[in-house]
Design a protein around this ligand. Structure first.
Ligand SMILES: Nc1ncnc2c1ncn2[C@@H]1O[C@H](COP(=O)(O)OP(=O)(O)O)[C@@H](O)[C@H]1O
Ligand SMILES: [Mg+2]
Length: 388
């Protein structure tokens, strides 16, 4: 039973509706609703407005608080700008526990010996074994590493494995999640995230697809993204709290579109190139994916490895699934199974192509013309060998 709106509230609602970007009228409405004698007025007024059109997260939060008081939790949830408010502990993925998956180590990653060696030398050893020495010498161990390379080639996987190898806890942060959930109260939430991570040190704080932050920083400055990013960078710098025993890892397939601010010393100041799977890696991935499936005796995995140069891990996955689909199509029943054969793969090769080539083409420009500071040395090295 909703109360008719008073004239001034009704006219404010109309005003806001006709021009939702006018923050002043939104604000006036929220103030007015705060004094409304009957809480059903609050529900009726805010129910007529689109929370998504409200320009200010702070106002959305105030509206949500009003709706809470008005005993309308569902509408409040629509208005609330972030998942949880007024708390320092930040549930990154809503209320549900984070999907943690089984822990993986370097043994689960095929090939890529060069990358593993580098990661051991540049990251794991200093982080794991030298921490005491670093402390003695009062050398700041902080800073971060940016992994870059084509999509589907194991960056995310490598990050998880790295945390395992460091005996560190793993805090997975998706840039896009931060942006969507942290608008409003950004500083507090980022601070909460770092606080939480500090409590479980040694810890790896992993920013997957970190370019989402940098890009939106440029194009979406109106929506409080800048505050989120600034808060993040400030925390990384360690002025707000001690970052000893924390490793920042970022992953991206477009390192060149990352805001320069991310690359300053103490932030993502080192880079590691994660190339497409080499022969050993491809064999590892193919054999792993075929394991336990009905396979024809003469299936030539060696030939598949040879023919999939330039396939990403994800491409290989798609190739196998496609071949498997053909085998299933040909199988008549549970008892008359057609095992996965070379012919099925021939069909699959017609449909699934490498997605890496395009990336390498683009990357070549940056390796050649934007490598003044040596950021892309490893990429340049790879491209030289790859071209042969
Ligand atoms: N060297 C590798 N060894 C084993 N699996 C790999 C390897 N490279 C890629 N993969 C597989 O390919 C898929 C994509 O990897 P992912 O880490 O999500 O790539 P990225 O984060 O670089 O986009 C995953 O299923 C992963 O298991
Ligand atoms: Mg990834």
């Amino acid at each position: 039973m909703s109360q008719p709106l008073t004239a001034d509230i009704a006219s404010l609602v109309d005003l806001v509706k006709s021009n939702p970007s006018m923050e002043a009228s939104f604000r006036a409405l929220v103030v007015l609703l705060g004094t409304a004698p009957d809480s059903s007025v609050i529900v009726a007024a805010l129910g007529r407005l689109d929370p998504g059109a409200c320009p200010s997260p702070e106002l959305r939060e105030q509206a949500a608080a009003l709706l809470d008081k008005a005993d309308s939790p569902q509408l409040a949830a629509l208005w609330r700008p972030a998942v949880a408010t007024n708390t320092n502990v930040v549930p990154l993925h809503g209320e549900a526990p984070k999907p943690q998956g089984p822990s993986i180590g370097f043994d689960d990653i095929g090939g890529l010996e060069d990358v593993k060696r580098q990661v051991r030398r540049k990251i794991i050893n200093p982080f794991r074994d030298k921490r005491a020495l670093f402390e003695k010498f009062k050398r700041k161990a902080g800073g971060g590493v940016l992994m870059y390379g084509p999509t589907g080639c194991g960056k995310t996987m490598l990050a998880r494995a790295l945390a395992t190898e460091c005996n560190a806890s793993f805090q997975d942060v998706r840039a896009a999640d931060i942006l969507d959930q942290y608008v409003g109260n950004a500083e507090k939430r980022i601070a909460g995230l770092f606080e939480e991570t500090r409590r479980s040190r040694p810890a790896v704080l992993f920013f997957d697809e970190v370019e989402a932050l940098a890009q939106r920083r440029q194009y979406d400055s109106s929506r409080g993204v800048n505050t989120v990013v600034s808060a993040l960078l400030t925390e990384m710098d360690g002025f707000a709290g001690d970052n000893e025993g924390m490793l920042f890892l970022g992953a991206t397939n477009v390192p060149w579109s990352l805001d320069a601010a991310f690359r300053r010393p103490g932030r993502f100041d080192r880079t590691i190139f994660v190339p497409p799977p080499d022969r050993v890696a491809r064999e590892f991935i193919l054999k792993g994916a075929l394991e336990g499936r009905p396979v024809a005796k003469d299936l030539d995995v060696e030939a598949l490895v040879g023919k999939t140069g330039g396939f990403s891990g994800a491409d290989l996955g798609a190739l196998i699934e496609t071949a498997v689909d053909y085998a299933i199509e040909e199988s008549r029943s549970d008892d008359e199974i057609e095992p996965i054969s070379n012919a099925h793969f021939r069909e699959a090769f017609r449909e699934v192509r490498s997605t890496v080539g395009e990336w390498l083409g683009q990357a070549r420009n940056f390796a050649e013309y934007a490598n003044g500071d040596g950021t892309y040395d490893e990429l340049a090295e790879f491209l030289k060998k790859y071209a042969k």
